[in-house]
Design a binder for this molecule. Structure first.
Ligand SMILES: C=C(OP(=O)(O)O)C(=O)O
Ligand SMILES: [Mg+2]
Length: 571
């Protein structure tokens, strides 16, 4: 029995066979040429073209076979990708390059690039297909090399996916019916891969050093709450997994009322990226949307989406929550969410660069046009629409944003508090806007000066860090001081970072005085169940004890030990 420890991202205890994500494919050398004639009499270009066609046919057959066993969205995606593998445009372009002397691998590589670029230039739906071309290209190059393609492995039995790291796009295509759990050697608990794993409700552990050494198909036990992977599971692990299976359904439902055990209300909202997430969140009982990440409407675009396209995207979300609050975050491009038409990929320190609200200085107009689209979508819906800007660092920026919102006719401007300066001066920011929402993912990254994407820094990137709790306290205190000086009740301060989805930390945040928690909809039932196990007074006491702790581990340990509901629910 061997154990690997990482950072738990989504709770869940499962046993299953390991399937390893094949390593990324390296590009064939630039300018790689056909080999010399091999003496068989077949010209090298003919042999290369034949090998290429055979590899493409193999990829097509594999994908078509998987499509025939799949259903719904995955079936459609697999069928479309299978067709792409025999796309005459792609293969013809590659054969032309072979005839001009390129090796088969180099030819399909370059042809894939050209076809993808052409699709991107057509925009819209065609641009989205460029990813499929590049996917098919990697599969064909892998087939030519005789190595497994760097894609999520196919399997008829459910498995535990183990990878060095995953691109957010890979994570988004995971089929929760097939993948029992996700384990990565890299990545941080607040990385976008972790966020998507949480959205899918997939037990997940990140930053688990050494897991790539695990052998294919070996049986392992994964505890997504503790962040532990154990080989050769024994009776205790099998029993824990069976217990989780029995209990998981308890954590599937939420009655739509966020409250503590004594009835103190605390809104439980959903983080969504688009209409589909919003409908799922509404069906799961979320009390509204606390964070609509609008960049997901922009990602994959090579230019700014037009007014009507944006209005349609926002209306799709608003329509799922009539009469309920939907907090729209304006575009947060940059750093981990680059957008070619807005951000400079060559910045030396992108997390500290022109990202979020700051892109309004380098690309003026995009934000105003987005606000106009949000206002039009809001006017045509019954949702209560609030708007907030990401990466606000000063009260002056908050004032500018409020003025832009007013110009668009949007009544409830707010700011994300995700930069320490904003937390420390929340009183002045809240003089300018109507609410604040703590983005604890970035707040942690900036408080600890630790890139949230990096596995080796996962321990620093922990929202239980005393410095992060102190910044949450400062934000709430600033809101209270602002209310006092204005002779009004404090303006709302919510949390929409991943911290809200940790049931134990949710209790601490409630005790620190936040007014709402927003998270992946699937996390709401567990958070709700644990919040209901404490009174407001107990939450305040636990928050005070967590704040007094010297380390993140100490704070987490003492709060968890005081919440028996966690163990009862297997969290
Ligand atoms: C919610 C947040 O925003 P994102 O994760 O999209 O940067 C955050 O930083 O906590
Ligand atoms: Mg953020």
């Amino acid at each position: 029995m061997q154990s690997y420890v990482g950072v738990g991202v989504t709770p869940g205890r499962v046993v299953g066979p390991v399937r390893l994500m094949p390593p990324a494919l390296c590009e064939p050398p630039a300018g790689e040429r056909l080999p010399a004639p091999d003496g068989t009499g077949t010209p090298p270009e003919e042999a290369a073209a034949a090998a290429l066609k055979a590899a493409a046919a193999q990829v097509r057959a594999e994908l078509a076979g998987r499509a025939s066993r799949a259903s719904g969205d995955s079936k459609a995606v697999l069928e479309a990708t299978a067709q792409m593998a025999s796309d005459p445009m792609l293969l013809k372009a590659a054969v032309k390059l072979i005839n001009a002397g390129s090796s088969a691998q180099r030819a399909i590589w370059d042809a894939g690039n050209d076809v993808a670029a052409m699709l991107v230039s057509l925009g819209g739906y065609m641009a989205e297909r460029s990813h499929d071309v590049l996917d098919v290209r990697s599969r064909i190059v892998s087939a030519l090399r005789g190595v497994p393609a760097p894609v999520i492995p196919d399997s008829d039995v459910p498995f535990i996916l183990v990878a060095a790291d995953l691109a957010p796009a890979d994570t988004a295509t995971l089929d929760p019916a097939k993948v029992l759990a996700l384990v990565t050697a890299g990545g941080g608990p607040q990385s976008h891969t972790a966020i998507i794993a949480r959205t899918l409700g997939l037990p997940a552990v990140v930053a688990a050093t050494g897991v790539q050494e695990l052998a294919e198909n070996i049986l392992v036990y994964v505890d997504g709450a503790q962040g532990r992977i154990t080989t050769g599971p024994g009776p205790a692990e099998l029993a824990a997994a069976a217990k989780w299976r029995g209990q998981a359904s308890l954590l599937d439902t939420f009655d739509g009322v966020g409250r503590l055990g004594d009835g103190t209300p605390l809104d439980l909202l959903a983080n969504v990226g688009g209409a589909r997430d919003a409908r799922a969140a509404a069906a799961a009982g979320a009390q509204g949307v606390g964070l609509l990440r609008t960049e997901f409407c922009f990602l994959g675009h090579d230019s700014e989406p037009g007014h009507d396209e944006q209005v349609a995207a926002y209306k799709g979300v608003f329509g799922a929550f009539p009469g309920k609050k939907v907090v729209v975050r304006t575009l947060d491009a940059g750093a981990d969410k680059p957008l070619p038409f807005l951000t400079d990929a060559a910045e030396p320190n992108p997390a500290l660069g022109v990202r979020g609200y700051r892109t309004d200085t380098t690309s003026p107009g995009v934000l105003a046009r987005q606000l106009a689209a949000i206002a039009d979508a809001a006017a045509d819906s019954d949702a209560i629409v609030w708007v907030m800007a990401p990466m606000i660092a000063t009260a002056a920026e908050a004032a500018e944003f409020a003025a832009l919102c007013a110009g668009a006719g949007l009544q409830a401007p707010g700011v994300m508090v995700e930069v320490p300066s904003a937390a420390l001066t929340s009183r002045h920011l809240l003089d300018q806007v109507e609410f604040a929402s703590l983005g604890t993912n970035d707040l942690t990254q900036y408080a600890m000066a630790a890139d949230r994407q990096l596995g080796p820094l996962a321990a620093l990137n922990d929202p239980w860090q005393p410095a992060v709790l102190a910044l949450v306290r400062a934000t709430v205190d600033g809101a209270a001081a602002q209310g006092l000086s204005a002779g009004a009740p404090p303006k709302p301060v919510g949390v929409c970072g991943e911290a809200a989805a940790d049931p134990a930390l949710a209790v601490v945040l409630a005790g620190l005085g936040v007014s709402s928690l927003s998270m992946a909809a699937r996390a709401i039932p567990a958070v709700s169940a644990v919040l209901r196990s404490v009174t407001a007074e107990q939450a305040r006491e636990l928050a005070a004890r967590a704040e007094a702790a010297a380390t993140a581990g100490e704070a987490r340990g003492l709060v968890r030990a005081a919440l028996p509901a966690l163990a009862e629910l297997g969290l």
